[in-house]
Each structure stands twice: as structure tokens, then as C-alpha cells.
Design a protein around this ligand. Structure first.
Ligand code: MN
Length: 741
């Protein structure tokens, strides 16, 4: 390896390091000769094994592990972590085995490299964002949860890959950026490794939203140039006072990350000019007492802006972040956020958990001591580590379940089917998840699939669950949701939706809406309102839907839970056969186009019609009646309307081989009242192919008997007689008559 010092690469402009650069860094804090030798030997093995391999950008492959190791030394990682950084790709990309790694570098390094290799294999198939599988992400997560050092190496690996992504295809760039935002950033955030988190976010954004990225970069530079003088004045004045007061300090200007600004502008819809903390002043001092002294000096020198003071020293964030935040008016029209913290707090703010794992000069590196230190400071990490230690004896499922319940109980990660991590508090349900995805998804949620299984909306979600929300366009929140949702934001959305619903749909309106929907549904099946009400069997409806009266049913139908058609199918209501065809048929005495009647010789040419009063049909005993100017009307021979007539009667008969016509007959059915009587009658006639129209049912209160009048359509008297016989077979029916008007 030729000696080179921090040359700038043309692509991306990142410094390119040599092994000597890495060594210089770890020599500064790792003094044990065996540890130093082990790290160098890991580098030499990686160099030998990757010999002849090149990255897509054209550089020798070894450059990648060198940069990964360099990033790890910036976090002041220990020997095993740095060695794993050098070796992280040798098992996957060369003929080296894990057993060989174990024999040369020990079990600790071998375990880290093994976990990294498995994660690496998992993501090889991901070529596009659509291919991302939640299950794979869960495995990546699981792989990293085994040991915090696996996470550190993996994050460093991903960071260097993103820094050098220019040589990749646009699809691959977007896919890697997406996965970074979905999986790696939340973990970096959870662990408080701010430096890696913010660079990963900014780099991903650069590929996902290039235009927005560029615009924000320009806005930030512009603001920095405009305010530089004002900020320098502020710094100088505070510095003078702190010198005078003999308070130790150092100061730096901090620029908010491009990704954080992007979120405020594009996701929370803020104007760039309204983001007050783009530029901040950071004052780092020695002790906690110094922090509060400095705060007092700042507040007595400049006017603090109300509501902007936050004491994260007394109340640290869950990832251990500590600092005092305040915003002041600089007196020149500008305002600035000022952050005050100790060196130790600053380390943790920048590198979070990594600050705890950094190798400390003068102490024999001892992973167990380091763990203990972290465990004392980071509540959830205690269980996280102890679980990782005995995971050998556990199945993946048990491992995940313990990880979920014991460790991430206070912070639940749930995956979308696309593999995006949704971060929820413990006890959250699919409703919280739905509202976190989008208000619309929450408002229209009807159920959820968790790990592919349908569950109720009140199911408590666990880390590693893959959750998919089922929605229905017309669904809406109900009052019980307020008890189901855990997060404040979901509850707020639900309250808003309920209020809107109450305003828009008073109960009366909903009854009307539901009733119309129900009757329409019956009408589509050929049943009028009276029939419909008759067919509504509330015993069945209560069994099926737990609804016991008409109003409640209508309200429920109005919110499509159940739908009208679900009610009809629960009642077993079927479409009335051919009902519309017969309903539109005129029932007046009509000219018979295809005349079914024949008369004696010499009478041809006369108009012949069937009388309306007795509605004769083929097969009936009939006689012709000669009308004045209207030709011949055909009556049944026993029709009372022609009784006594002699002169004007004429013999007629039905033709043989009549066509497929049907003829309307008005009938009366007499029956004892019972539920579903009409349905039985209609079904019987339907089964015979007999059409029904113009149906009226009357209940005689004294006898509780029904008289049902209707017009049936039949081809001839034989079919009618058969139908009568069938109707008489129905329970309750005791008499049937043809009506003569
Ligand atoms: Mn790599």
C-alpha cells in the first residue's frame, strides 16, 4: 500500500484513507500491543483476500474495509469492532471461512463477522424498493440486535457505501437510500448515534429527493453567509463574559442537518424562514453546574424567547441525549438557538451508545465492563445485551419474542408490508399504526393483518410484527376507537372524525339513509316495501348482527356495517324470478296480436280480445260475446258478467299449438298468518316459473288470516291448476280463488 495522505476522490469529494490513517487513529486510544497486533493482522488478511477485487467505482476493494474501519475509529470503537470492520466482507466475498476467522481472531470477532455476513446475504436480492421484504428487514434487525458492535460496523459499512454510490445504477441508488431511511436510520436514532444518523439521512435524501436536497443546501448556505457576522458577534460577546467569569468553555456553530430541514419544510409544511434553529450556537463546558451558570449568563445578557427553553439535563431523552436548549434575541433582529452541555454530554449527543463503547486509555479493554456501563445508563440496553448473550439456546421466534416483550416494550417497531419501520409506544394497536401511516388510513380502517393473520383493531402490536391495515372506503371511526388507540395523535384524529360524523349525520338522517339503502336492495330483488318489511326476520338479524330493531338496523346499514346486501343474504332473500318483465305488462283488456281464439266460419276479420273481468286463459271453457263495434270479447263460460245473455253469445275455442305467450290471472290466496308466508308463496310460484305482479296482502285482525291478492302470469289453465295445488301445499294456505271483477 503506497503512502497516501487524505487525497480527495473526484466522486463525492470524500477523503480517501490509508491503513496508516486508521492506525494513527486507533493508536491514539488503543495501547495494548496484542490488541494493536490483532487489528493490523485483520487488515492484512482482508488485504490479501480482497487482492484483485475492485469496487464498481474502479478502486481496489480493500479501500472499502479501510474506510469502514476508519469510521469506526472516529467512534472510538474497540479492537474487536475495528477488526470486524476490516473483515466484514471477507467471508461473503472470498474463500475465507468463519471457522478460520475464529481460529485467528477469536470467537468474539468471528461472531460479529458471522452476523454481518448473514445480513449481507439477506439484502443481496433487493434490487428495487418494491422487492423489500419486511421479513428480511426483521432479520437484519435481529442480526444487528445480537451485538451492538454488529450495528456499529453495519452502520459504518452502509455509510461508506452511500458515500460512494455514484457508480451505481439510479435504481440501486434509490433502493439503498430507501432501505437506509427505513431500517438503518431508526436504529441509529434509537442508539443515539447522531453523527452517523444525520449523514445517512442527508445522503439518502440526496438520492431520493435530489431537487429538494439541492434547494435546501443553497438556502442554508445563503443564511449562513448572511448571518455569519451576527453570529460571530454573539459568540464573541458570550466568550468575553465567560472568560471574565473564569468558566471553562469551547464554542461551535452548528448547522441543522439538511434532512431535518427537509422534514420541517416538506412533511410539516413549514417555511424555511420560519425554521428558527437552522443555525445554532453550541457551548461545551466542564460540569453540569457550569451549564446552568452559562444559561444564567446567556439569559441575563440576551432576551430569551418564551417557550423555547428545554432542560434535557434534568430530563434526558430516552437515547441518553442531554443538553440545555434555549433561544435568544441577539439584539440585531436575529434570534439563535443556544445549546449548552458538558464534554461527556456532547460525546453522547454525537455518538450515543458508541460513546460508551469507546476504548478508554489506561484500562484493559473489557467488553463485560463496557456492557455494565451501558446497562447502567441505558435502561433498555441491559436486556438487549443479556438476551443477545444467550440467544444460542433460543429459536429465532423465542428470541424475537423476548426482544419484543422485554426489551423494546417501551419502544415498539412495527413494519409495513413494504418493510418500513413504524415506531410506536408500548401497547399500541393497529389503529395507532394506521393513523401513523396516514389519517385517511386510520379513518377508514376496518381490520388488520398482523404477520398475515387477520386480527381485531384492538390487538396489541409487538416489535417485529408486519402490519397491514384493511380499509373500506365508506368505513369511519366509532366511539370505541378512543379506548383502542394508545397514541395521543391517533386519539386526536379519532375525536375529530367522530365530531365531524356527529355533525354530519344525526341519527334521524342515518335512519333515513339506511332505510333507503335497505329498501332499494329489496327492490332490486323484486320486492316492494310491504314485502320487504314482511321479509325482515329480526330473530335472524339479531343472531347474525346483534341488531334487534328497525332503526338500529337502518343506522348500521347507513355506515355499511353490515351492508344491505349482507342483511338480505343473511335472510336468504333471493331475486324474484322475472318480476320486472311481468310488472311492466299492461293488465287492461288487450288485443291479442297472435290470436289464440278461433271462431266459426264467416266470422273471421272480427277483432277478438280476452275479457278483463274473468281473464280467460287457454284451457278455460270460454264463450265469445259480440260487443257493439268492438268485435268479440272472450269470457269464461261461467263469468257472471255474461250470465243471462243468449243472443250475443257465439261459440269460440282455443287454437291448438299456441305460442309461448303467458296470460295474466288475478287470484286471491287465503291463509293463516305466519312469518315468511309471502316468501314461501313467492318462492313456490317462482319455482313453477309463474310470474307475479301487483301483489297486495291484507291481514284480517279478527281472524289473523291473510288475504293475498296478486296477478300471476301463466301460459294456460293446466299450469295454473298445478300452481294452485302447490300453493295449497304451503303451510297455512287454505283456499285459492280466481278473481272475477
Ligand atoms: Mn461492506
Amino acid at each position: 500500500m503506497p503512502e497516501r495522505k487524505k487525497k480527495l476522490l473526484p466522486n463525492g469529494g470524500y477523503p480517501m484513507h490509508t491503513f496508516e490513517d486508521v492506525r494513527e487513529r486507533y493508536f491514539a486510544y488503543i495501547t495494548n500491543p496484542n490488541d494493536r497486533k490483532m487489528i493490523e493482522s485483520a487488515y492484512l488478511l482482508a488485504k490479501e483476500k480482497h487482492e484483485g477485487q475492485f469496487r464498481r467505482s474502479g478502486e481496489a476493494y480493500i479501500q472499502h474495509p479501510i474506510e469502514v474501519a476508519y469510521i469506526l475509529t472516529e467512534l472510538q470503537s474497540g479492537p474487536a469492532t475495528i477488526a470486524s470492520g476490516f473483515l466484514h466482507d471477507v467471508v461473503e466475498d472470498t474463500d475465507t471461512t468463519i471457522e478460520y476467522i475464529a481460529s485467528r481472531f477469536g470467537e468474539e470477532v468471528a461472531k460479529i463477522v458471522d452476523a454481518l455476513t448473514k445480513i449481507q446475504r439477506m439484502k443481496l436480492s433487493h434490487m428495487t424498493a418494491e422487492d423489500f421484504e419486511a421479513e428480511d428487514h426483521r432479520k437484519i434487525f435481529l442480526g444487528m440486535a445480537q451485538d451492538v458492535r454488529v450495528i456499529l460496523v453495519k452502520l459504518a459499512d452502509r455509510l461508506h457505501n452511500l458515500r460512494t454510490m455514484d457508480a451505481l445504477s439510479p435504481e440501486r441508488q434509490v433502493a439503498l437510500s430507501r432501505e437506509t431511511i427505513d431500517v438503518f436510520v431508526p436504529i441509529a436514532h434509537r442508539l443515539g448515534i447522531y453523527t452517523l444518523q444525520s449523514e445517512l439521512q442527508d445522503l439518502s435524501l440526496k438520492y431520493l429527493e435530489p431537487a429538494a436536497y439541492k434547494r435546501i443546501q443553497e438556502l442554508v448556505n445563503d443564511r449562513f453567509n448572511k448571518k455569519k457576522e451576527s453570529l460571530d458577534n454573539l459568540k464573541k460577546r458570550i466568550a468575553d463574559i465567560l472568560f471574565e467569569q473564569k468558566i471553562p468553555f469551547r464554542m461551535e456553530s452548528r448547522v441543522k442537518s439538511i434532512y431535518s430541514i427537509y422534514r420541517k419544510m416538506y412533511e410539516k409544511d413549514h417555511d424555511f424562514d420560519d425554521i428558527y434553529d437552522v443555525l445554532a450556537l453550541r457551548i461545551i463546558t466542564e460540569s453540569v453546574l457550569n451549564c446552568y451558570e452559562i444559561l444564567g449568563i446567556v439569559h441575563s445578557t440576551y432576551t430569551p424567547i418564551p417557550g423555547r427553553f428545554k432542560d434535557y439535563i434534568a430530563m434526558p431523552k430516552p437515547n441518553l441525549y442531554q443538553s440545555l436548549h434555549t433561544s435568544v434575541l441577539a439584539g440585531d433582529g436575529n434570534s439563535y438557538e443556544i445549546q449548552i452541555r458538558t464534554e461527556e454530554m456532547d460525546q453522547i449527543a454525537e455518538t450515543g451508545v458508541a460513546a460508551h463503547w469507546r476504548y478508554k486509555e489506561g484500562t484493559r479493554y473489557n467488553a463485560k465492563d463496557e456492557q455494565k456501563d451501558i446497562e447502567e445508563n441505558l435502561a433498555w440496553f441491559r436486556d438487549f445485551v443479556s438476551l443477545s448473550e444467550d440467544n444460542q439456546s433460543k429459536t429465532a421466534k423465542e428470541y424475537m419474542s423476548s426482544l419484543t416483550n422485554d426489551i423494546f416494550g417501551a419502544n415498539v417497531y412495527v413494519f409495513t408490508p413494504m418493510g418500513k419501520v413504524i415506531d410506536l409506544p408500548a401497547g399500541s394497536t393497529p389503529l395507532d399504526f394506521a393513523y401513523k401511516i396516514h389519517t385517511r388510513v386510520g379513518d377508514t380502517a376496518v381490520g388488520a393483518l398482523v404477520n398475515g393473520v387477520g386480527v381485531a383493531l384492538n390487538t396489541v402490536l409487538k416489535t417485529g410484527d408486519v402490519c397491514e391495515i384493511r380499509t373500506s372506503k365508506n368505513a369511519q371511526p366509532n366511539d370505541s376507537w378512543l379506548n383502542i388507540a394508545k397514541t395521543a395523535s391517533a386519539k386526536a384524529h379519532i375525536r375529530r372524525a367522530l365530531q365531524k360524523r356527529d355533525e354530519e349525520f344525526l341519527r334521524e338522517d342515518r335512519i333515513k339513509t339506511g332505510r333507503t339503502a335497505l329498501l332499494d336492495s329489496f327492490r332490486l330483488n323484486g320486492f316492494g316495501e310491504e314485502e320487504a318489511l314482511e321479509l325482515l326476520d329480526f330473530q335472524k338479524i339479531e343472531n347474525e348482527f346483534h341488531i334487534s330493531n328497525m332503526d338500529d338496523l337502518c343506522v348500521a346499514i347507513a355506515s355499511r356495517n353490515p351492508t344491505a346486501s349482507a342483511v338480505l343474504s343473511a335472510l336468504n332473500v333471493r331475486k324474484k324470478p322475472n318480476i320486472t318483465e311481468y310488472a311492466s305488462r299492461p293488465l287492461k283488456p288487450k288485443e291479442v296480436d297472435d290470436n289464440p281464439i278461433q271462431v266459426g266460419k264467416g266470422m273471421s276479420g272480427l277483432a277478438i280480445s280476452l275479457s278483463h273481468c274473468c281473464n280467460p286463459i287457454p284451457g278455460d271453457d270460454v264463450v265469445g260475446y259480440i260487443t257493439k263495434g268492438k268485435g268479440i270479447t272472450v269470457h269464461r263460460r261461467n263469468c257472471p258478467n255474461i250470465a243471462g245473455e243468449q243472443k250475443r253469445l257465439i261459440d269460440v275455442s282455443w287454437k291448438r299449438d299456441l305460442g309461448p305467450s303467458t296470460y295474466p290471472v288475478d287470484i286471491q290466496v287465503f291463509a293463516n298468518d305466519r312469518p315468511n308466508l309471502l316468501a314461501a308463496i313467492l318462492q313456490t310460484l317462482g319455482a313453477k316459473g309463474v310470474g307475479v305482479s301487483d301483489l297486495h296482502a291484507k291481514l284480517l285482525p279478527e281472524t289473523m288470516n291473510d288475504i293475498i291478492e296478486m296477478t300471476v302470469s301463466v301460459p294456460d289453465a293446466k299450469v295454473l291448476q298445478d300452481a294452485f295445488a302447490d300453493l295449497l301445499g304451503i303451510k297455512g294456505v287454505y283456499e285459492i280463488k280466481r278473481i272475477i271483477h
